[in-house]
Design a protein around this ligand. Sequence first.
Ligand SMILES: Nc1ncnc2c1ncn2[C@@H]1O[C@H](COP(=O)(O)OP(=O)(O)O)[C@@H](O)[C@H]1O
Ligand SMILES: [Mg+2]
Length: 259
Amino acid sequence: MGIIKKFRITTFKKEVHKIKLKKISLSFDKRQILDDISINIREGEICGLLGPNGVGKSSLFNIILGSLKPNYGNIFINGTDVTNLPIYKRAVDFGLSVIPQTSGVFGNLTCLENLKAISEIVIKNKNERSFKVEKMISKFELDAVKNTKARHLSGGQRKKCAIAMSLMSDPKIILMDEPFQGLDIMSTRDLQETIVNLQTEDIKRSCIISDHAARDLLAISDRAIILANKKVVAEGTPSELLNDQNARNVYFGDSFKIN
Ligand SMILES: Nc1ncnc2c1ncn2[C@@H]1O[C@H](COP(=O)(O)OP(=O)(O)O)[C@@H](O)[C@H]1O
Ligand SMILES: [Mg+2]
């Protein structure tokens, strides 16, 4: 899999930190999962969050979202300390949206019904609501399956439906948890393009995407962060990471290549 992005944001004219995690530690019962994690997510970047299964990627997303409270540390969004803010405040005040690892759609509703349901929550104006639903259906090429129940959609279509739902509120920060899981090669490619377009459409939008499939994720990331053994072991552009001996030792292995 080659590199999909035609350009990468390697230098930012003015580096704005959208999300700042400061000294985050997390334990479940007495088992420590995350130890002293400090990372910054920049405005407008696609940032990959890589790490083996069970390292704490989803937990970190839940900490950013507000559904999980760390034992120690602070979360800042746009410079505001949101550590004690509930999920809905973070979502509404800072445009935070999450596409969960499993599904993200209501299986018993059709694709159209899913989109309508969300639009009724996040868009007040009725005309604007139906306009946006139609726009999303056509943008994500869901026309042929709009009346299909979400549980009968293919993995790629279901992912697109979930992304379309999250875009209803015009989010400024999108967290995607393992979006490539279970997708075939063509659907992966298609989803990669969709994600890159999310950034092209709104250059201030930040996307954080977790996955353990390094190749698929690095192909679209401006920067990535590698978690291993409770810690951040490396961060940087894909090429910096591939040349990082520590990252190779603990995560990629010596034979890993991107092209
Ligand atoms: N609610 C929970 N209670 C206890 N242990 C949990 C809970 N959620 C996650 N874990 C554990 O925390 C670790 C990190 O999980 P997770 O964040 O889902 O990892 P990843 O997303 O990187 O695969 C795993 O060992 C998992 O079993
Ligand atoms: Mg996970």
